[in-house]
Ligand binder design. Structure first.
Ligand code: PEP
Ligand code: MG
Length: 752
């Protein structure tokens, strides 16, 4: 038996807390304002059924039931429900429920009204549209009442509809259980529902329905609510329809839910102000980003404060639009994976397994492979889309395809097995879906036009990440304020041989020339905007396939091994080669270069690197000198590191997350735990920003999290100086930053 508080529940707790309980817990834990409450978990129901002997009685009553016989079904259902509702709940169980309710009252300093709702442990999962056993009791007050309503929720597991559904879907009655959510009631002055995106087309239009009083008025269809449409791309309210809200469902002094007639003027009054709509849209975006899918959200406002009561995925979207493109509905889905580079591409499949086969891929083909390598870049450029078996959001295919602007889906597990040469397919790089055939696309110019006219200026700089010089022009066209990360390893991996082989073969000059040429493309394209070049971060496993790579040590865990600055300081001749390439650019007059050291873990590394830079005759004053903060060590000793005279730091959250929470970023078995907003990661980031600000050191982020709106918002609030995003995310990040900055200013003005 157990009581679980909402803040103790996560999305994986459906078996115990039910779909609704898990959903509320997840929202609460992601800074969505959900009213506090607890869940009487599914074990409690089992215990109740066991102790009272009802489990067997109910089993007997259901045995042999013909669910197609409606009368019989209704009869059995009411007998079971009566039995449950009249059975004595064991004292221990009652006590636990009462204690939890008391705690909730203590928090408020008075006996509170609660909503008691059933939370099914299987049937209301996102892929089942069944909504039968949704018993909800509002305005419940008092210990006895709460216990009573919990029992009523339990009995709702046996409504005729629920029994029928289980039989139809092959669920065993003995296996099902139910949790009950008891949540503080919001005394709603206004409430309603909102779709975070358009429920039919999937466009980023937030649709809000609102009425006075409790939301039941809308849900039950008793009123014509106001409807507001907010365009999340253009950031403005585009439609307001005032409905006639003839009645309001509310609570009377006794706490009873009553329906009140509204006078005609009140019925026609607009429910939500512009400010309230913006506040709701803010949460809509947070929630949609969190779930990575459009949501249907129930909300309410009490004394000016917004509460989110429930969120579930919208299952009605049939057509979808991606950056101005619309797919026709009804296509067969062949495969799913991670949408790694947005856009829609279609063409003939070409499956390749190594770089020797890249000539198979012709202009407009869809490149399908296990995982792309730098040698495949020429084919990636010709491809209309890319699909891989392996990889996550930071794999080679994901990074490079985003830079090239080619739609890509990674991590499909079996693309090379299922997709065959010559098949015609369509790849949706945002949603991560591969369709059979060439799906018709309707182009839409609206979004681009809007952006072209609105160059937002933000105080926090918005930069862009680059990995291949070929991507520089496209990245520059985003209007970014500079390059916050130029990962040179993709360029190096694309060379004919391993860097150390050049050096061993006495061809260091040739290697330097290649580095110089690649770097120059980026530095020149962006001049005079700053370009932070990161020195080589080459994990041994990734470099082994190169000619000369056979000398790479075999490591049990390359992520923790010979990579980053620790490697460059041992193979310091290589580090010197990089510095010489950069020095050539500085000597040519480029004043926009920064050098960034990867994987720093101690002060000595920074000191040594700096010494080598100076020994190579590159005055440190002619460049910006900084480090990646991507190990917990560097974050925890940031005070010591800033004393080494660094100009900037940049958070490498891809690594910082994996090292902080012990989750290998490339290991799909633990991918569900990978969370850049884990409190431990956020605490490290907060600490580093604080210390850097105190010491005049610039802060930035260049990990993948810098392309996620919900993370960016947090970082701006913490005072980060710049955010470096993937090229495709620059525009969105800029908008999020602008909005967050405005919000901070507004809040300050209000405080004053
Ligand atoms: C990071 O770790 O966040 C980062 C930007 O570096 P990389 O992904 O190249 O390891
Ligand atoms: Mg890193």
């Amino acid at each position: 038996m157990g009581i679980l508080w909402l803040n103790e529940i996560g999305k994986d707790d459906i078996p115990l807390a039910g779909g609704k309980g898990a959903n509320l817990g997840e929202l609460l834990n992601n800074e969505i304002p959900v009213p506090n409450g607890f869940v009487v978990d599914s074990r409690t129901f089992f215990e109740f059924m066991e102790v009272t002997g009802l489990r067997y009685q109910v089993g007997d009553m259901l045995r042999g039931l013909n669910v197609e016989d409606t009368d019989e079904l209704n009869r059995v259902s009411s007998r079971i429900r009566e039995a449950i509702e009249s059975a004595e709940i064991p004292e221990e169980v009652q006590k636990e429920i009462i204690n939890a309710y008391r705690k909730l009252c203590d928090e408020e300093g008075e006996e509170v009204f609660v909503a008691v709702r059933s939370s099914a442990t299987a049937e209301d999962l996102p892929d089942a549209s069944f909504a039968g056993q949704q018993e909800t009791y509002l305005n419940v007050k008092g210990e006895k009442e709460v216990v009573e309503k919990v029992r009523k929720c339990w009995s709702s597991l046996y409504t005729p509809r629920a029994i029928y559904y289980r039989v139809q879907h092959g669920f065993r009655h003995e296996d099902v259980s139910i949790a009950v959510v008891v949540q503080k009631m919001v005394n709603s002055e206004k409430s309603g529902v909102m779709f975070t995106s358009h429920p039919v087309t999937g466009e980023k239009l937030c649709i809000i329905e609102a009425a006075f009083g409790l939301g039941e008025a809308i849900v039950s269809g008793a009123v014509s609510p106001d409807t507001y449409v907010y365009d999340r791309v253009a950031k403005k309210l585009v439609e307001v329809n005032i409905g006639e809200k003839k009645i309001m469902i509310t609570k009377n002094e006794k706490g009873e839910t009553v329906t009140v007639d509204l006078p005609p003027e009140k019925a026609k009054e607009r429910v939500l102000s512009d400010g309230e709509i913006e506040e709701l849209v803010k949460f809509a975006e947070l929630i949609e980003n969190h779930y990575s899918s459009p949501q249907d959200v129930e909300w309410s406002i009490e004394r000016g404060k917004v509460y989110i009561l429930q969120s579930r995925p919208i299952t009605t979207i049939k057509e979808r639009k991606v950056e101005g493109e619309k797919l026709k509905e009804g296509q067969k889905v062949l495969l799913k994976g991670l949408g790694a580079s947005p856009g829609i591409g279609s063409g003939k499949v070409k499956v390749i397994f190594n770089e020797k086969e890249i000539n198979k891929v012709e202009e407009g083909d869809v490149l399908v492979t296990t995982m792309t390598t730098p040698d495949m870049v020429p084919a990636m450029k010709r491809a209309s889309a890319i699909v891989t078996d392996e990889g996550g959001m930071t794999c080679h295919a994901a990074i490079v395809s985003r830079e090239l602007g080619v739609p890509a889906v990674v991590g499909t597990k079996e693309a090379t097995r299922i997709l065959k040469d010559g098949m015609q397919i369509t790849v949706d790089g945002e949603k991560g879906i591969i369709y059979e055939g060439i799906v018709e696309i309707e182009r839409e110019e609206k979004r681009e036009e809007v952006f072209a006219k609105s160059k937002i200026i933000t105080a926090t700089e918005v930069k862009v990440n680059i990995s291949i010089p070929d991507g520089a022009k496209r990245a520059y066209e985003t209007g970014a304020d500079g390059v916050g990360l130029f990962r040179i390893e993709h360029m190096v991996l694309g060379l004919p041989k391993h860097p150390m082989k050049y050096i061993r073969d006495g061809e260091i000059e040739e290697y330097i020339q290649k580095l110089y040429e690649g770097m120059k493309v980026v530095v020149d394209t962006f001049y005079p905007k700053p370009v932070w070049i990161r020195t080589l971060d080459a994990p041994t496993d990734e470099f082994r396939a190169m000619e000369g790579g056979e000398n790479e040590p075999i490591e049990a865990n390359p992520m923790l091994g010979f990579r980053g600055i620790r490697r460059d300081l041992i193979e310091d001749i290589h580090f010197r080669a990089e510095i010489r390439a950069i020095k050539r650019l500085v000597d040519e007059g480029y004043t926009n270069i920064g050098i960034m050291l990867p994987m720093v873990t101690n002060v000595e590394e920074v000191r040594k690197a700096r010494r080598i830079i100076e020994e190579e005759g590159l005055p440190i004053t002619k460049i910006e000198f900084g480090i990646m903060v991507e190990t917990p060590a560097s974050a925890l000793i940031i005070e010591d590191l800033v004393k080494e005279g660094i100009d900037f730091i940049s958070f490498g959250t891809n690594d910082l997350t994996q090292y902080t929470i012990a989750v290998d970023r490339n290991n799909e078995n633990v991918a569900f735990l990978y969370d850049e907003t884990h409190p431990a990661v956020m605490r490290l980031i907060e600490h580093v920003i604080k210390v850097c600000r105190e010491n005049g050191v610039k802060t930035s982020i260049c990990g993948q999290a810098g392309s996620y709106p919900h993370v960016v918002e947090k970082l701006v609030k913490l005072g980060i100086d710049s955010v470096s995003a993937n090229p495709d995310a620059v525009e969105t990040v800029r908008e999020i930053i602008a909005r967050t900055e405005k919000r901070i200013l507004l809040d300050r003005m209000r405080e004053d």
